[in-house]
Design a protein around this ligand. Structure first.
Ligand code: PLP
Length: 368
């Protein structure tokens, strides 16, 4: 199997696999119970996890809240509670965001929403952002750090400078940045950020929120965490810490070389193949490829027959016949968007694997 859909989810990291084999089965206690040494042990390990994770993103432990994943994190931050508590009057976002953001915002019917322009390379228009902020000071800005479909990186420092000038607050969807790009919340001076574990090798159903200032909870109930009720999912939280420990950001440089070489070989196949957002500053693992007049579903299934796994875009949408909203937001039509395939590598992929795909694609074109 050649797995090239790592922006959708990842296989467990090596320490997480070890944990599953060795200790997972023992860790079923409720970390919030008082009665048992084992519960107490888990409770102090949760504190350790919080400390480790907050150090990793350079926050402090009280800025971290564990959630069931980034969808919950985003929904918690983009809420009427956050807006009211901070006197924020409107939301500024982009059409390139993940559906967790776009659909949550759609649901906040009474809040004015403004969408910042972007170019065909998938970069937001910073002067339009400035214009929107100047017209709508005290807004909550919500933007992706790294786009999950195109890999385009947002200049968060530039966004923060604009945000602060107009008394706006900033939420960053940092899901695709974690483990691939250095994140220093303190230095970036962002207000909120959302993270997910399963994109970096932890269990699914776990993530966290970074909040510089406390916000209103989304879920009310027990008081395990001040802004998030519910029993701690200890094994998942611990797996998140283990997965983070396994990350080596230095490997991103060789991954970029591998990806760039793959793209060059793709472009050599024929002129009907194009890389979306080719000129933008992109994260090292992602290629979004246009195969002119070829259905992306046909290509995905052709490769899957050879046990090679890529995707037509965001996995959350794979049951929907609607083609990628991100590709359409770049200014392309639906026909174009239906011919785009996302390849997202991990540091485990090899040159040999990518050469095999190139050969298969050459065969594919020969046979049509
Ligand atoms: N934001 C981005 C950029 C994503 O890629 C994803 C996952 O696809 C999410 C948010 C949602 O994350 P989760 O699966 O943890 O809810």
């Amino acid at each position: 199997m050649i797995y090239l859909d790592n922006n959708s989810t990842t296989q467990y990291s090596s320490s997480v696999k070890e944990y599953l084999k060795k200790d997972f089965i023992k860790d079923w206690f409720n970390p919030s119970s008082e009665y048992d040494y084992l519960s107490q042990k888990l409770s102090s390990k949760i504190i350790e996890c919080k400390q480790y994770i907050s150090n990793y993103i350079n926050g402090s432990a009280n800025t971290i809240t564990f959630t069931s994943g980034a969808t919950e994190s985003i929904n918690t931050i983009l809420s009427l509670g956050t807006l009211k508590k901070n006197n924020l009057k409107s939301i500024i976002t982009s059409h390139l965001e993940h559906h967790a953001t776009l659909n949550k915002i759609k649901n906040l019917k009474e809040v004015p929403v403004f969408y910042v322009k972007n170019n065909q390379q998938g970069e937001i228009d910073y002067s339009d952002l400035k214009h929107l902020c100047s017209k709508n000071p005290c807004s909550l800005i919500s933007l992706l750090f790294i786009n999950n479909e195109t890999g385009v990186i947002t200049d968060i420092k530039k966004v923060v400078t604009i945000a602060k000038k107009y008394k706006c607050m900033l939420h960053v969807d940092a899901v695709q940045a974690l483990g691939k790009w250095p994140i220093d919340c303190n230095d970036l001076n962002i207000d909120f950020a959302s993270f997910s574990g399963h994109k970096i090798g932890s269990f699914k159903g776990v993530g966290f929120i970074y909040t510089k200032k406390p916000i209103e909870p989304l879920l009310f109930g027990g008081e395990q965490q001040s802004i998030r009720a519910g029993t701690y999912n200890y094994p998942a939280i611990y797996s998140l810490k283990l997965a983070l420990q396994d990350i080596d950001l230095n490997k991103q440089n060789s991954l970029k070389l591998l990806r760039n070489n793959f793209e060059q070989n793709l472009l050599k196949i024929n002129k009907q193949i194009k890389i979306n957002c080719y000129k933008a500053n992109r994260i090292s693992n992602t290629s979004n490829i246009y195969f002119q007049d070829i259905s992306n579903l046909v290509l995905v299934l052709y490769l899957a027959k050879h046990k090679i796994y890529v995707s037509t875009g965001s996995a959350c949408n794979s049951s929907s016949p609607e083609p990628s909203h991100v590709i359409q937001a770049l200014g392309y039509n639906k026909h174009y968007a239906r011919s785009c395939v996302r390849v997202s590598l991990s540091t485990k992929n090899t040159q040999l694997e990518l050469d095999l795909i190139i050969d298969l694609l050459k065969k594919f074109y020969k046979n049509i």
